[in-house]
Design a protein around this ligand. Structure first.
Ligand SMILES: NC(=O)c1ccc[n+]([C@@H]2O[C@H](COP(=O)([O-])OP(=O)(O)OC[C@H]3O[C@@H](n4cnc5c(N)ncnc54)[C@H](O)[C@@H]3O)[C@@H](O)[C@H]2O)c1
Length: 246
């Protein structure tokens, strides 16, 4: 097992990619704090995973609330005697073409996808420093590296995530903390569920692997970056997109 006794905080852990990561990390021996806004799914999924003998607890929080984030990280660290891994996976979209994008939708996407990553990281870093080793994985997107029609807010946020990743990799490397990002391509979760079938077909046609990503494909990349296997990987953006962008 690759994460024996590690304490992993996975934001957005109640659904989609985060849920796949919660399961995978727990199966690799981690104690998983599934941190999510969605209480209904979080309570249900954490209990399902516990019934398989895995160590998973749900913590309800809105990552865009600085105070709540700090409080929840304190609770997690107190419960399991510290934190080793942070996966900043929670994210939202509010898509619209530039001329139709409201400033409230622009701000909300940045609040969750940028401020949330900042709050969670700032709250967790002291615990990683205490251990002299730690892993932070931030979730970007192909939209953050290449832009995407209808995603001014989301592309801005996911590009910012890459900027923060590289900055923190430089600041925290000397403290034994690796900071990397994963940039998923189109992945089968609720985030793409509302996309019309025709558009999905067009997306698949553009992917050399000829399929959408599965949540487990992304979770596997998180696992690599969270495990000792990646101890000399720092400040990188790992594209997990079937080769759609090269
Ligand atoms: N699915 C894709 O095609 C795709 C592509 C590139 C990047 N991503 C990124 O992957 C990550 C996971 O997305 P997903 O596809 O699994 O989506 P999802 O909607 O299935 O899961 C996102 C999770 O984040 C949680 N969340 C949303 N806002 C929150 C908040 N304010 N506080 C706490 N939790 C919150 C949701 O409740 C949900 O459980 C996101 O950062 C997303 O931007 C997804």
């Amino acid at each position: 097992m690759k994460l024996t006794e590690k304490v992993a905080v996975i934001t957005g852990g109640a659904n989609g990619i985060g849920l796949a990561a919660s399961e995978l990390f727990a199966k690799e021996g981690a104690k998983v704090a599934m941190v999510d806004f969605d209480e209904v799914s979080g309570v249900e999924k954490a209990s399902e995973l516990r019934s398989q003998g895995l160590t998973v607890e749900f913590f309800q929080v809105d990552v865009s609330s600085e105070e709540s984030v700090h409080a929840v990280m304190e609770r997690i660290a107190a419960k399991w005697d510290g934190i080793d891994i942070l996966i900043n996976n929670a994210g939202i979209t509010r898509d619209a073409m530039l001329h139709k994008l409201s400033s409230s939708d622009f701000k909300r996407v940045l609040d969750v996808n940028v401020n949330g990553v900042f709050y969670c990281t700032q709250a967790v870093v002291p615990y990683l420093v205490e251990k002299g080793k730690g892993k932070i994985i931030n979730t970007s997107s192909v939209s953050g590296t290449y832009g995407n029609v209808g995603q001014t807010n989301y592309a801005a946020a996911k590009a910012a995530v890459i900027g923060m990743t590289k900055t923190w990799a430089k600041e925290l490397g000397r403290k034994g903390i690796n900071v990397n990002a994963v940039a998923p391509g189109f992945t089968e979760t609720s985030m793409v569920a509302s996309v019309p079938e025709k558009v999905i077909e067009q997306m698949i046609a553009m992917v050399p692997m000829q399929r959408l990503g599965k949540p487990k494909d992304i979770a596997n990349a998180y696992l690599f970056l969270a495990s000792d296997d990646s101890d000399y990987v720092n400040g990188t953006v790992l594209h997990v997109d079937g080769g759609i962008m090269m």
